[in-house]
Design a protein around this ligand. Structure first.
Ligand code: 5CA
Length: 439
């Protein structure tokens, strides 16, 4: 991408409305634009990151055996009346009516719709287990939308729903998602700790929130220090190896971690950290809460009708963009982990009026793109200082600075955004270095 032709409306000044770093930096880096309270446009740079996160989530869901579908954002109130949540959900639900005055709503979550999809096709235990997910926009009319995409009214969520014949099978489905979430967050370069949590309007009694520790988070949390050294990647565990997965789950859940609603000082260890965090995922096992109310049953091995056991699992895809920035930034801007970076390399042309310099930039740009790297070339007429500041602000992991002086010696400057480390390298060697390092 050539910056001169891109839509990247960066801001020099801090926007007044932004209270926390991620909100401030997302606005300043031209990633989002607010259109109403808690509702945002995703501009090109922001959308690139959102899509990267979405893809990491999708990949691990597929690896766990879940199947992707896409449910609509607009739902009929009828299903919610069946489950009894139409009234219970209250003002957070955006209620609308169509031209025939039918009651509709913009989905805040999809337990009812998925239960309806399930019951209309699945009739036998032979078709179980099932696990379906989608990545779709939700609307919740939050009383206090704030912190940008962290607590929005419209936000992107990955939500999936498991259906099992027995409670034991449902626990296995739950454990699979527990592992999938750990892997998903690790792949994004962040550490999210699974904590015992309240279930709120979703229901059930088995639930974990996945929380990224951050002073600016909205959750009040209590965690054993041992979590800081724990291996949360679940490497070497097969989703279908029940015994091994259960061991892994038992080992991790024996370490104390709870949100304030579930904190129990009598059972907490001595080496406890009391801090704040950002909830990026939430998993629930709620048994037959919806299947019972909505009559979702299958025939078991003996021909008896059995109400299916369910769980639901959410990841805040758009919130993650903010959470990752909270965990990866400095005074100058964002420091994207490579896996979610909007571009992996930024090239700064220090003197666009110099023919050699521009030629060298264009040549490197073409070669890097050919090698499969995503590159942003700053080919604008801005001053060098402005270009450096912008590149630091938008947080691309690798910066290559090309100027006439260096070129005389055949060298350019390579900077790693995460550490600030700079080195002079030859123009010839840079392609190999970046293809190796940035991949
Ligand atoms: N149906 C269940 C699981 S699929 C559910 O809705 N769970 S939830 O309410 O906990 O939401 C799942 C995730 O969505 C949360 O962990 C959080 O990361 C994200 N989320 C919830 N509300 C908001 C919001 N207002 N703005 C941004 N993200 C949100």
């Amino acid at each position: 991408m050539r910056l001169s032709q891109y839509y990247l409306p960066t801001l020099k000044e801090d926007p007044k409305e932004a209270e926390i770093a991620s909100h401030r930096l997302m606005l300043r880096a031209g990633m989002i634009k607010q259109t109403s309270s808690g509702i945002y446009v995703w501009l090109p740079l922001g959308l690139r990151v959102l899509k990267k996160i979405e893809e990491i989530v999708r990949k691990e869901q597929n690896a766990s055996g879940a199947h992707e579908i896409l449910m609509p954002t607009i739902q009929s109130a009828d299903l919610w009346k069946e489950s009894g949540r139409y009234d219970a959900y209250g003002k957070e639900m955006l209620r609308i009516s169509d031209r025939a005055d039918r009651e509709m709503l913009y989905g805040p979550t999809n337990e009812e719709m998925i239960t309806d999809i399930f019951r209309s096709h699945i009739k036998s235990y032979k078709s179980l287990p099932q696990n379906l997910y989608h990545i779709q926009w939700k609307f919740r009319d939050e009383i206090r939308p704030r912190f940008g995409v962290m607590r929005g009214r419209e936000f992107l969520m990955k939500d999936n729903y498991s259906f099992d014949l027995t409670k034991a099978d449902a626990v296995h489905s739950y454990q699979k998602m527990y592992l999938a979430y750990l892997r998903t967050f690790a792949a994004m370069g962040i550490q999210a700790i699974p904590m015992k949590a309240d279930t709120g309007p979703i229901g059930g009694d088995m639930s974990h929130e996945f929380i990224v520790l951050a002073e600016t988070g909205e959750s009040d949390v209590f965690v054993d220090k041992a979590w800081m050294d724990a291996d949360l990647t679940g490497d070497g565990i097969d989703y279908n190896n029940r015994a091994k997965l259960d061991n892994f789950y038992q080992a991790l859940t024996s370490m104390y971690a709870a949100t304030d609603e579930k904190h129990d000082p009598d059972n907490a260890p001595d080496n406890l950290i009391h801090t704040r965090g950002i909830e990026v995922g939430h998993i629930f096992n709620f048994g037959t809460k919806y299947s019972e109310a909505m009559n979702a049953k299958v025939q078991d091995q003996n021909g008896d009708m059995v109400t299916v056991e369910m769980g639901s699992y959410g990841i805040g895809v758009s919130r993650l963009v903010g959470a990752i920035i909270e965990a990866n930034h400095d005074d100058d801007g964002i420091k994207w982990p490579e896996a979610v970076a909007p571009f992996s390399v930024g090239i700064i042309n220090l003197k666009p009026s110099d023919r050699d310099c521009t030629e060298a930039c264009n040549d490197l740009y073409t070669k890097l793109e050919k090698a499969g790297l995503e590159v942003l070339l700053d080919d604008t007429e801005d001053r060098g200082g402005t270009k450096f500041a912008n590149m630091d602000l938008i947080g691309i992991p690798w910066q290559v600075v090309i100027g006439p002086k260096g070129l005389e010696q055949g060298t350019v400057e390579l900077k790693k955004r995460a550490t600030g480390e700079k080195k002079e390298v030859t123009l010839d060697s840079i392609l190999e270095m970046l293809s190796g390092e940035a991949k």
